[in-house]
Design a protein. Structure first.
Length: 334
């Protein structure tokens, strides 16, 4: 399979939503493919953000990713702003991207609707995303459902650039939508998000997990304990599928349909299984946090590996587009 690239916002500690929706899949992919994973801090500034917290949230995201199993020996993990070529290629791509395509992006429409004054950076967000992936000539982009449209656009950007400057130079990447079914937040309403408080942080302690799960929304048909339920409409059943062993998943479905147990008993088992999966992650995260230098070194080594590829791509891009070479470029051997 082609090279893999994916990005995640520097939102601090990972939560169950992005853990299941993205990171678990990344951990599997690094075993068999050449993978680049990037903490996209330049994307984070396209909306209101806390300047004070950007660096700690970036660092904490790195800790979460490493603790979840990304292995710097098996993949390249780095911070977007540490590799300058991302923004350079984004600028280049802006010159082949039709404005109309950007204006029709669902995510842009959603986000811009909620703002009085819309920033150009928000509009151009998918152009930077295209640059992220194409800088490494990656062909596979593991993402959630909501990013498929952005991957479609990056294919178009690759096509447009290629047709003008060099056939076949950039591959047209494919989205790889993860195996995790769409899981809602614990409120049973919205997508999991930390700001909505409807999710579980991967570093939450056992008791905290239980406090969050206890009031979580289940099949509304189960008002009393004796009312039978339908696991297929229960959001917590989807979580069981992700965290519980197959025999338990089967038992959960059976006891739900037959009202063999109440939702609270079912949640108790789920809480234990989630806690069991997260416990070693929490331990690894604590260890990493106690050695911030090690995390920084890992990110620097990742950026260094990324830069080698990024520089090579940009050198060729500049050449194909007709830019005058710098003196250094003229003398150095390629
Ligand atoms: N936009 C993606 C998200 O919000 C994050 C992202 C940035 C990304 N650059 C990327 C994902 C490149 C895949 C590839 O989830």
């Amino acid at each position: 399979m082609a090279r893999v690239f994916s990005g995640i916002q520097p939102s601090g500690e990972l939560h169950t939503g992005n853990y299941l929706g993205a990171v678990k899949n990344w951990v599997d992919l690094q075993e068999k493919h050449e993978c680049f994973f990037c903490i996209v801090d330049y994307h984070a500034i396209t909306q209101d953000y806390d300047v004070e917290q950007l660096s700690s949230r970036t660092f904490d995201m790195a800790v979460s990713l490493l603790a979840s199993g990304l292995d710097p020996e098996k993949c390249v993990l780095f911070v977007q702003s540490h590799v300058l070529e991302h923004t350079e290629l984004a600028w280049v791509f802006m010159s082949v991207t039709p404005l109309g395509e950007l204006e029709r992006m669902t995510q842009f429409k959603d986000k811009s609707q909620r703002q009085e004054s819309v920033l150009a950076g928000l509009l151009n967000y998918p152009v930077l995303q295209a640059a992220d992936v194409l800088l490494y000539k990656a062909g596979v982009v593991p993402v959630g459902e909501d990013q498929v449209q952005h991957v479609e656009l990056m294919r178009e950007i690759a096509r447009k650039w290629n047709s003008r400057y060099g056939r076949g130079f950039f591959p047209e990447p494919d989205a790889l939508v993860g195996p995790a079914r769409r899981i809602l937040g614990l409120d049973g309403q919205a997508k999991m998000s930390k700001s909505l408080g409807n999710t579980i942080g991967i570093l939450d302690e056992e008791d905290g997990i239980w406090q969050l799960l206890r009031p979580a929304v289940t099949d509304p048909a189960r008002v009393r304990k004796t009312d039978p339920g339908d696991p297929e409409v229960c959001n917590l059943y989807s979580l069981h599928r992700q965290f519980s062993p197959p025999a338990t998943v089967e038992e959960v479905a059976r006891k739900c349909r037959s009202a063999g147990w109440g939702c609270l008993e079912c949640k108790r088992v789920l809480a234990d299984n989630i806690a069991a999966e997260f416990a070693p992650i929490r331990a690894r995260a604590a260890e990493l946090k106690s050695q911030p230098e090690r995390v920084r070194d890992i990110l620097e080594a990742g950026a260094e590996r990324a830069r080698v590829v990024a520089r090579a791509t940009m050198r060729e891009v500049r050449e194909r587009m007709g830019f005058l070479q710098t003196a250094a470029e003229t003398t150095s051997t390629t």
